[in-house]
Design a binder for this molecule. Structure first.
Ligand SMILES: [Zn+2]
Length: 78
């Protein structure tokens, strides 16, 4: 497994939403509604997208990323 629980959290929450296009805010709202103790600032969709980022999860290297970035702050669930 390329990543730990943060990645798994995204996978579990978004596997039922494949193909949907969501804004960064919608994604954060979904994660936070299931995990209210998480700080919004610690919920980083860009860590699990196809572009990669500083501090990224690394899932992109394994073609295991959760999102494709289709615009600025807009992600498609893959
Ligand atoms: Zn990841």
């Amino acid at each position: 497994m390329p990543c730990g629980t943060d990645h798994d959290r995204f996978v579990n929450l978004f596997k039922s939403r494949k193909g949907r296009t969501l804004t960064r805010k919608q994604i954060i709202d979904i994660v936070q509604s299931s995990h209210p103790a998480l700080e919004r600032s610690s919920i980083m969709p860009s860590d699990h997208d196809d572009r990669g980022n500083k501090g990224e999860c690394g899932c992109r290297k394994f073609n295991d990323h959760v999102f494709e970035r289709v615009g600025r702050g807009i992600y498609k669930v893959r």
